[in-house]
Design a binder for this molecule. Sequence first.
Ligand code: GLC
Ligand code: CA
Length: 549
Amino acid sequence: MKRMWYRNAVIYEIFTRSFYDSNGDGIGDVKGIIEKLDYLDNLGIDVIWLTPIYASPNEDAGYDVSDYYQINEEYGVISDVELLIREAHKRNIKIIMELVANHTSIEHMWFKSARKSKKSIYRDFYIWRDNSGDEYPNNWMSSRTGKPVWTYVEETDSYYFHLYTSHQPDLNWRNEELRKEIYKIIKFWLNKGVDGFRLDVINKISKKEGLPDLDDSVPYHYAEMYFENQPLVHEYIHNMRKEILNEYPDCIFMGQTSGIDLDQAYEYTLGEKEQLDLFLQFELTDMDKGPEGRLKQFDLEKFKDIIFKWQDAFDGKLWNTIFLGSHDLPRMVSHYGDDENYREKSAKMLATVQLFLRGTQIIYMGDEIGMTNVNYKSIDDYNDNRTKNFYYKRINERNENEEKVFMDIHDISRDNARYPIQWNDSIHGGFSSGKPWIKENDNYEYINVESQLNDENSIFEYYKKLIKIRKSERTLIEGKTTRLNYGEGIIAYRRIYNDISIDVIANFTNVSKRIDIVGNGERIIGNYDGENYQELKPYEVVVFKNYIC
Ligand code: GLC
Ligand code: CA
C-alpha cells in the first residue's frame, strides 16, 4: 500500500532562523519551534517542513551544509530536534527535513579533504577539471551568480563545479560511495523519527556525461537542458527509495523539481520506478520572474491557465503541491494581493483560492497572519545571497540606476519571506528579546499573531476555518477541479466529488465586479458579509456548496 497520508495534509514551512528565538540571541531556534507547537496545532496544520537546520556556514541560509549529522549550533543540539519530533508527534504533526544533496558547503569535511589533494578518498565526491590553460572547462553559467559554474583551486591546479555559488560545490552522484553516504544520512534522520524529506533541487543532481559546452556561439549559458531531469536522476532517486522502502514505508519524498513539465512530473511521481511522492514545480510562482531579479507584468489569465493545467492532469492521476509562498518567494499578499489598501481582504481571498484547490497544501510561515514584503533601505540590511549578487552585478557591472534596482529588490528579494515572524507588538515583534539577526519589519506593531488570535475577523482565524472546512469536505481533497468563467479579473473553479460540488469564486482585483452567480447553494465561507452576489467587491471571495441531485 503506497503511503497516501500526504494527500490530506496541510504542510507548514518553517524557516527556523526567523520563526521564534527561545534564548534571546536574536536567532530563531528549535526550542523556539517547540514553544510554538500549540500555536501550529491550533492553526490545524499536519506537517512541519523545516528548511535546513544542519551545521552550515550559512552562505545560502543553510542550503550549504557542512555536517549532515549535526545541527547548526545556533539552532540547538540534536536532542532538541529529538524533542521537537516527539512533541510534534504527540500533536499528530509530522516533521519533514531537508536533504540538500546536490551540493555541500565548501566547509564540509569531504570538500576540505578533496580540494587539498587529488589522492583524497573524497576527491571524486565532487566534480573536477584540470586546468588546461583555457579559461574555464566549459561555458555553463550559474543562474545564481551569473558567472561561470567553475572555481579554481590552487592546491591541485584545477576547477570544481558549482551550479550555485562557489561556496556550494556540486556532489558527484556518479560516485557510488557518495550515494551510500547519502543513504546513511537519510537513515540517520529517519531513525530519529522524521517522516520525510524535501529533496532540494533534486532534479539537478545528475549532469550530462562529459559536461559538454552548450552551443558555443554565445560565451556563457544557463545550461538547464544538460543538468535538469537527466536520465540517471530517476535511477538515483529510485535507488534512494529502495534503500528505505521496507524499513520506512511511510517516509515521503517531496522533490524540488523546478522547470519540470507534466510528463516529467508524471515520471517522477507515477512512473514505473518509484521515486517521489510529491513534487514542487514553479511554473506558477515563477511566471512573472525575469532574469537577475526583475519582475514581469503579472498576467492573471496566464496564472489561471497554469493552475488549471496542473489540477487534474492525466485524468486525475497526477498529484501536485499547492503553494503561493515560500522561503524563496516574496510574501503572497504583497505579490498577488494589495498589502496597503486591502491586506486583510486580499490575504483571505488568496488563502481561499489556494487552500481549496486539489493537491497537498503548503503554507509558508507568517502568511497565516498576512505578513508583507519588507522595504529595507540599504543593501546592507539584506542578507539573501541572491539579492546581493543581483544588486552588485546590476549596479557595479552594469551601472544601472540604484532606485530601479531597489524597486526590483523590494518586490522579489528572498528576505521578504525571511525576516522574523511577528508574534506581538512588543519590541522586535516579540520574535526575540535580543537584536534579531536580520532587521524586523516595522509593521509588526499592527500585523502580529497576538492581535489576531481569537479575533473572529482576523486572517489567522480565517485560515483556521479554511483548514477545518478542507478537512471536513472530501470534495476538497478528492474532487475534480473544473475551471469556471466569470470574466476578466475573476478566478473561479468548481470541485466535484460524488454528489457534492463546491464553487470558489474570487475577485482578483481591487475594483468591484458585476457578475451573475447562478444556483448559489449554501455559502460556506467568504471574506465579506453580505448576500448580494450580483457583485463581487474588491478581492471578494465566496464559496458555495451544492448537492447534485
Ligand atoms: C533551492 C532552495 C533555495 C536554495 C537552492 C540551493 O532552490 O529552495 O533556497 O538557495 O535550492 O540549495
Ligand atoms: Ca536563539
